[in-house]
Design a binder for this molecule. Sequence first.
Ligand code: FE
Length: 290
Amino acid sequence: MATSESAQGRKIERLVKGRATSDGAGVKLTRVLTHDLQHRLDPFLMLDSFRNENPDDYMGGFPDHPHRGFETVTYMLAGRMRHHDSAGNTGLLGPGGVQWMTAGSGLIHSELPEQEEGLMEGFQLWLNLPSHRKMSAPSYRDIPSEAIPEIVLADGAKVRVIAGSSHGTQGAVVRPDTEPLYLDVHLPAGGKFEQPIPASHNAFVYVYRGEVRVAGSVVAERTMAILSNESDSVAIAAEAPARFILVAGKPLREPIAQHGPFVMNTMEQIEQTFRDYRDGFFEANAVRKD
Ligand code: FE
């Protein structure tokens, strides 16, 4: 029988509000997982939350830009974004859908709104690649909303399993090395949700509607809670309806050298990346559709 202490699971180590900023061509967003948290939340490098009603705050989108050395995971809650990349692939990301792009050795892509009014809301998460996969062939997957497994648990939680697995349901994406867990959880009033997470994996919750409690402590709307690593599970409850993402992964424990959209292990690799970019390697790099 678990003691009440261990039954509480992981605790909140720190609450983070993030920083309002803009990126791309003037898209307003909140950078929740910032540079200074990259080691604490290894293998995650960045989390942006965007929620804009005013088209002026999103219409510019993210015109052509390169990436190398990691994966970008875009989850749309509302709105539509059109993706183009340097191999001529195109995809339309709609409400509830995910784009999982492995930049690997490099590509150039654009992410542009496919709407002129209404709410644009979602997240972009950056997931690092281990050193031996940073120069692997780029690939991407568009996962429409209906392809994301959804489960409803006895306590009323609705769980969309984007990556990893939850309560016996495997998610839309399973990745090696970092073993990411990415869940979108909707709790009804009085609902609760428990999830095993290996204690060695780093984990956080980001609440985007309402508020929740983790081991008795409140996490307010639009707040990230970094979870302590002392337990192999987390329990999250809500008094009123609430929605949050729960993200966890196995740390890589490798050096991180970042310059903007390039994330490698050493500055020499970053310098090589600049040379490759200048020399047109990124345009020429074929992108494979899974
Ligand atoms: Fe991008």
